[in-house]
Design a protein around this ligand. Structure first.
Ligand SMILES: C[S@@+](CC[C@H](N)C(=O)[O-])C[C@H]1O[C@@H](n2cnc3c(N)ncnc32)[C@H](O)[C@@H]1O
Length: 230
């Protein structure tokens, strides 16, 4: 079967804004005021910068934070350019929110510019380098952990073992709940790893809940996955 979706050879360096996270994770900014938030695979998203500016104590984690701001900046525009060009050809998106690839590009550009400004000044305080499936944090150090656009959506890049180990580690450092988005692939198919996780006997102490939202960009992406302990 020919592919209809965005074809990506690698995990791209694209960042989303606070507004986008809030929409697709169903976040209530007021309720987060007293919470410690971890953004896993945060990349060049401005969520961490914007959340802290709103008084939400947020830490960002990503493998790219071992790089200098200049090295990260050099990768932002080429990745954004390639995605903006290719996404126009994909048949797996709804454009109600962004209106056009150019509209999406403007938000992504704003996100990485805000991220870079924050990373340059507070890089060593809020941005922690490392690679899943390991997290360099204490047990239950955060109340809420978010994972946007790494798990499930790239399910042809990361196998089941990676997903399972990553989620166990995420729940180790999370006191209340983790949220993952999206749970569909770039082909707009629900990730094959989801059902396996839900029925894995090693994970029976977790509750996996699909929570509907009113935000849909990839077709079928109007759900996030909430994970809690039983
Ligand atoms: C598509 S970006 C998503 C960025 C952000 N979460 C957002 O939604 O705007 C994916 C990010 O995952 C990061 N990444 C890929 N593999 C990783 C791993 N094993 N551990 C931590 N981060 C990883 C990449 O560096 C990249 O920044």
């Amino acid at each position: 079967m020919s592919r209809q979706g965005l074809v990506l050879e690698k995990v791209v360096l694209l960042g989303r804004t606070f507004e986008e996270y809030a929409r697709y994770f169903g976040l209530d900014a007021c309720a987060l005021q007293n919470q410690r938030v971890l953004d896993v695979a945060a990349g060049v998203s401005s969520f961490c910068a914007e959340a802290n500016a709103r008084g939400i104590r947020t830490t960002a984690f990503d493998q790219i934070y071992q790089l200098s701001p200049e090295a990260i900046q050099a990768r932002c525009e080429p990745d954004l350019e390639a995605v903006t060009r290719n996404i126009a050809l994909a048949k797996t998106y709804k454009w109600d929110f962004y209106k056009s690839p150019e509209g999406m590009r403007e938000l992504r550009q704003r996100a990485y510019q805000s991220f870079l400004a924050d990373y340059r000044t507070l890089g060593d305080q809020r941005y922690v380098a490392g690679s899943l499936p390991h997290l360099p944090f204490r047990d239950r150090e955060f109340d809420v952990t978010l994972v946007s656009y790494l798990l499930f959506v790239y399910d042809d890049h990361f196998d089941y073992a990676f997903h399972k180990a990553s989620l166990i580690e995420i729940m180790r450092v999370t006191a209340n709940e983790a949220r993952c988005y999206p749970i569909v692939t770039f082909e707009a198919q629900r990730s094959r790893h989801l059902a396996t996780l839900q029925t894995d006997p090693d994970l029976k102490h977790f509750i996996f809940e699909l929570v509907p939202t009113d935000f849909e960009f990839l077709i079928g992406s109007n759900y996030f996955l909430r994970i809690r302990r039983r």
